[in-house]
Design a protein around this ligand. Structure first.
Ligand code: FES
Ligand code: FE
Length: 401
């Protein structure tokens, strides 16, 4: 089993005895105690340690102390199982659950942009999760953390010190100059400020960040069999990923967010931003590695992941500080009367509708994905239920944004 969250509620995800995926609230039906206290493990049942009610792996109530003497066998145990999720479905090994049975099926909910976001990690090969999820709490509103994953404007300033460290500098792409000689570094991940791609998706999914440019492809080719690890995008040209990513996805190298709060990094790490009230967010980091790598290399990559993001990560220490300060500094009665500025490249993003694959915008660094996040959030908050959201949500923009 694995303990996770839906909204602020603790849920248990497990397989039952028949191998079926199950997700239920981690809340005992007697007095509401948590029936599972550990983050992951194996068990045959869930025993509530308050009074001893016991639940099977399918959520059924299977044991009640005093069932004969105190409840006189009148208690209908079939009515007092754990509360099950409304839907549990998976896509390429990623399991999603919702408490609402009226929610769309996962494939429809993800749509082609959500699926592309997950393909950008799932199609890298045979992956496994490095043991252990890194968890920490940042005093910020979760939406600021999501906003930031689309933000390629802050890198040179916020991460100025990280960028000069030996650890991060190998990730900087020297652009090819005339004569094929590398020139000065333009920034993290070779972020050419004019070579960005934004893909906006139904229900609020989005991908935003650098795209593969011909220069990057050439730099990768120069590396031969061993391009710089951060630029090793050869997996994209294998037949299965080519097919899955399509024309649009193949050159999309930015950060996907599966709405609302699952970030997929370009380094095959996944991050959940779990709200704990309006001013606190618990951050969970998962690192995925190729199953077929030698163990030593897998461990090294896991460490590298932990040193990039997460509480010990060079980059996320900078980012977390910003989210914390932005949350504090906008909380005041006066500060919240004034709007924040989202005008970068506004009105200059012209969507392209390709023959196949999702609509996309190629442009300089911009804030289209951030605006889409808040637009979608407002739509969700306005809707009473799924039927209303389906009817009234904003369409993915077809005109310049
Ligand atoms: Fe779980 Fe009483 S609260 S058995
Ligand atoms: Fe950052």
């Amino acid at each position: 089993y694995f303990l996770s969250c839906i909204g602020e509620e603790s849920v248990i995800a497990t397989r039952d005895k028949s191998g079926q995926l199950q997700v239920f609230l981690n809340t005992c039906r007697h007095r509401g105690n948590a029936v599972c206290r550990t983050e992951a493990g194996n068990t045959k049942s869930f025993l509530c340690v308050y009074h001893g009610w016991t639940y099977g792996l399918n959520g059924d109530l299977i044991g009640v102390p005093g069932y004969k003497d105190l409840y006189h066998e009148d208690l209908d145990r079939s009515q007092w199982g754990l509360i099950s999720a409304g839907k549990v479905q998976s896509y390429k090994g990623f399991v999603f659950a919702t408490m609402d049975p009226d929610a769309p099926d996962l494939a429809d909910y993800l749509g082609e942009v959500g699926r592309l976001g997950l393909d950008l990690v799932a199609e890298r090969g045979e992956l496994m999760v490095v043991d252990g999820v890194q968890k920490n709490v940042i005093d910020c509103n979760w939406k600021l953390a999501v906003d930031n994953l689309f933000d390629w404007y802050h890198v040179q300033v916020s991460h100025a010190s990280a960028l000069v460290s030996e650890y991060i500098t190998p990730q900087v792409l020297p652009p090819e100059q005339e004569g094929g000689e590398p020139g000065p570094s333009p920034g993290l991940h070779g972020a050419d400020p004019y070579a960005h791609r934004v893909v906006l998706g139904d229900y609020g999914h989005a991908i935003s960040g650098p795209r593969m440019t011909p220069e990057m492809r050439r730099a990768m080719e120069r590396g031969g069999d061993k391009p710089e690890p951060w630029l090793d995008e050869r997996w994209r040209d294998e037949p299965a990923p080519r097919e899955a990513l399509g024309e649009v996805g193949r050159d999309t190298r930015g950060h996907p967010n599966i709405f609302p709060n699952l970030w997929i990094t370009s380094g095959a790490q996944l991050c959940l931003r779990l709200p704990k009230g309006p001013g606190k967010t618990e951050i969970w980091w998962f690192t995925l590695v190729d199953k077929n790598l030698p163990e030593e290399e897998r461990i090294a990559r896991g460490r590298r992941g932990g040193l990039t993001f997460g509480p010990a990560g060079l980059l996320e220490q900078d980012d977390g500080e910003n989210w914390d300060q932005s949350t504090r500094a906008t909380r005041g009665v006066v500060a919240r009367r004034y709007p924040l500025n989202f005008s970068m490249n506004l009105g200059r993003g012209a969507p392209t509708s390709p023959e196949s694959g999702p609509r996309y915008i190629d442009a300089g660094i911009n804030e289209h994905a951030q605006l889409w996040l808040y637009r979608a959030w407002a739509d969700w908050m306005d809707a009473e239920n799924w039927a209303a959201l389906k009817q009234h949500r904003s369409p993915v923009p077809a005109d310049p944004v």
